[in-house]
Write a protein that binds this ligand. Structure first.
Ligand SMILES: CC(C)=CCC/C(C)=C/CC/C(C)=C/C=C/C(C)=C/C=C/C=C(C)/C=C/C=C(C)/C=C/C=C(C)/C=C/CC(C)(C)O
Ligand SMILES: C[S@@+](CC[C@H](N)C(=O)[O-])C[C@H]1O[C@@H](n2cnc3c(N)ncnc32)[C@H](O)[C@@H]1O
Length: 372
């Protein structure tokens, strides 16, 4: 069959672009050389990505960002703390400078660079970086992961509920680690969501899959009239209860332990939140959760879903490449594009579905819906 004209033109163009002689020409020609070098650099950075990640990991493991937050130091001063010879320390520090984690200062000293500067104030990022060792391990043979040839993955073990037939039976030690990581990293998600959507007109917020309660703690601070409820697996809610006690809000915050896929949710909240919850579940599980939420709301009650999504303009690699592979390694769930969220919400009995702009769509996107 003859291809349409546009397709034939694309085939011709791609053959041309693929040829090394054209690439050499394009790298010299004034009108194409900027784009040519941009593309070469982008492919190089993808190739080198793991190396850059390991440098970041090394900085975090060595506590370099906190160490240098108090002022710059030389390689000689840092070498002992890094457990390296001064020459090795110098090589490591130069590598970190090259990717903007650190910066050269006067007298051969090293300080925080324009990317590293964000690290000391955001300990959640360091926790995230550390736990990526498991992901790198699971991705050692990416095709084996896609072909389902790995009998077990490190991330699957870590996120115990992901592969568990009865997640509510999981013990304390299995949930402690991931709950802490989520709590440490939930700052941006909670802040950006609550800045984008006011809860001023609501009476009772129930956070389903609320982890250690960081989202509710932030909501409690902003809206002192709000009653709070947290629903999560039994071993997780024990940790949330402690947090609420420490924050002195135990009289406003009730906790409920259970399995959202099997147990009915308590009724009475006029708004329910699902924060980084739906993406963890395959379509059947996600629909079960949405239906359980619908059943817990009166008609007109509100649901907010806040999580990273697929097909997010400007940050496409985060939804599809990063979380796509992360969730595959975890053993369940996927990021979904907005139109799939909409269709699932409609099928679960919601209407007036709207997407609300968030500050950093890379971290989280927000959809609001009403129980029909
Ligand atoms: C000074 C002049 C001339 C100009 C100013 C220039 C300027 C604009 C400077 C800005 C400086 C500044 C304020 C920088 C701030 C930087 C920040 C806040 C950086 C934040 C970085 C955040 C990162 C790297 C977050 C990473 C998050 C990750 C990897 C999240 C992973 C989440 C996972 C794995 C979640 C799992 C949950 C599950 C299981 C999927 O449900
Ligand atoms: C990715 S974490 C998000 C935690 C928190 N919302 C946040 O953003 O930091 C997913 C949460 O859902 C909870 N969860 C997973 N499966 C569940 C189930 N079947 N029933 C109740 N909670 C569940 C987990 O225990 C965990 O706290």
């Amino acid at each position: 069959m003859q291809l349409p004209f546009l397709e034939r033109w694309r085939v011709w163009r791609d053959r041309k672009l693929a040829s090394p002689s054209f690439q050499r020409w394009a790298a010299d020609f004034p009108l194409t050389k900027y784009e040519a070098s941009k593309r070469a650099r982008a492919l190089f950075d993808i190739t080198a990505g793991f190396v850059y990640s390991q440098i970041l990991y090394g900085c975090v493991e060595l506590g370099l960002f906190d160490e240098l937050a108090d002022g710059p130091q030389s390689a000689d001063e840092l070498a002992g703390k890094m457990g390296m010879t001064p020459a090795a320390a110098d090589r490591f520090l130069r590598a970190a400078v090259a990717i903007d984690l650190l910066e050269r200062r006067g007298n051969g000293r090293f300080g925080l660079g324009k990317l590293g500067i964000a690290m000391p104030g955001n300990p959640g990022i360091a926790a995230m970086v550390r736990h990526h060792r498991m992901l790198y391990h699971d991705l050692d043979d990416p095709l084996a992961l896609f072909r389902g040839e790995l009998s077990e993955t490190e991330l699957g073990r870590y996120w115990s509920y992901a592969g568990s037939a009865d997640p509510a039976a999981d013990g304390d030690e299995r949930v402690a680690e991931y709950s802490l990581l989520m709590s440490a990293s939930s700052g941006f998600v909670a802040e950006d969501t609550l800045d984008a959507f006011s809860l001023n007109d609501y009476r009772c917020l129930m956070d389903v899959g609320g982890g250690e309660g960081r989202f509710l703690l932030q909501a409690a601070q902003r809206w002192p009239h709000l009653q709070l409820r947290l629903f999560d697996l039994p071993a997780v809610v024990d940790r949330a209860r402690e947090r609420f006690r420490d924050a002195g809000i135990e009289d406003r915050a009730e906790v409920f332990g259970g399995n959202v896929k099997a147990d009915p949710l308590p009724r009475g909240a006029d708004i329910i939140s699902l924060v980084r919850v739906i993406l963890d579940h395959n379509d059947d599980g996600a629909m079960t959760i949405l239906r359980a939420v619908r059943a817990a709301l009166e008609p007109g009650g509100t649901l907010i879903i806040t999580e990273p999504m697929s097909e997010t303009p400007g940050v496409e690699p985060v939804g599809d490449a990063y979380f796509g592979l992360y969730l595959l390694a975890m053993g369940s769930g996927r990021t979904r594009p907005p139109h799939e969220h909409r269709a699932m919400l409609q099928a679960a009995g919601f209407d007036q579905i709207r997407f609300v702009r968030t500050r950093r769509p890379l971290q989280t996107r927000l959809v609001v819906a009403k129980a029909a």
